[in-house]
Write a protein that binds this ligand. Structure first.
Ligand code: ARG
Length: 265
């Protein structure tokens, strides 16, 4: 995770960003700190990277790496304003002992568009990550990739429209939740076929960034507004844990965007 000390909304690269609205880096830091402490309270290890001036979106660490079994696939941003973030994260991985690191050739916004189910890498495209980056990820990480087409600009990254509730080593047992309307008709059919028991979210869940949740298989960290989704997940045996991310949402981000998950393998 990356503390948002230099957080700002200075440019527009998604429909949530409005530079004429006031934003506070202090409020962002306070909300981010609460998110980090929530993970720690739930028993997870959180490592931090030093934020950099001039990179206001660096708080969205999920966009900077995909790690499966200790193998790191870095990122390549579509927006020039974010391009420099990739190298800071690459260096973090090098300095923290990761040896198997590949930087992608294709536009690749990492966990923003990639979700690991335990056997499959679900991969979004349409707004950010290049479809050719899906094949590249499959080759580099050695995992099967399922390409999904995003169609609503408000849900420009896969992690704004879908997340994994519980990973499983048996493909059909992984649990996911998604907002169907964010996907093309064909991609919806793919999701129905592979995950017939998925939890289906509504526009209300999606609009408050409820699909930007982080689950450890039991606890599901959600934006505080996502109570409808939280109740649905509670009925399925999950434990919703709410955090206020209203300041970070002004840049189009939520809990998951702030969280790059390291799977050591
Ligand atoms: N302002 C950032 C952007 O548009 C927000 C990124 C949110 N991250 C995410 N994983 N969805 O790139």
């Amino acid at each position: 995770m990356c503390p948002p000390r230099f957080f700002a909304v200075d440019y527009v690269i998604n429909p949530w960003m409005d530079p004429t609205q006031p934003v506070s880096a202090d409020v962002a830091v306070a909300q981010w700190t609460e998110l980090r402490d929530t993970y720690r309270r739930l028993g997870h290890t959180v490592e931090e990277i030093e934020p950099q001036p001039g990179l206001p979106d660096m708080v969205f660490a999920a966009n900077s790496g995909t790690v499966v079994d200790g193998r790191v696939l870095g990122s390549r941003f579509r927006a020039p304003q974010r391009a420099a973030e990739a190298e800071h994260f690459r260096r973090w991985f090098v300095e923290h002992g990761y040896r198997d690191i590949t930087m992608p050739e294709k536009i690749n916004e990492a966990e923003g568009d990639f979700a690991w189910t335990g056997t499959l890498l679900l991969a979004g495209t349409g707004f950010r990550t290049d479809p050719a980056a899906h094949a590249e990820a499959q080759e580099v990480l050695g995992v099967p990739v399922v390409s999904l087409q995003l169609v609503d600009p408000r849900y420009y990254h896969l992690d704004t429209a879908l997340f994994v509730l519980a990973e499983a080593t048996d493909t059909t047992r992984a649990q996911i939740v998604y907002y169907p309307e964010a996907f093309s008709a064909g991609s919806r059919r793919v999701l129905e076929r592979v995950f017939p028991d998925a939890v289906l979210a509504t526009s209300e869940d999606a609009e408050c960034f409820g699909l930007n949740g982080v689950s450890d298989g039991r606890n599901v960290v959600l934006p505080v507004e996502a109570t409808r989704l939280g109740e649905l997940l509670a009925a399925r045996g999950y434990e919703p844990v709410y955090v206020d991310i209203s300041e970070l949402r002004k840049a189009g981000g939520g809990p998951k965007c702030c969280t790059l998950e390291i799977r050591k393998g």
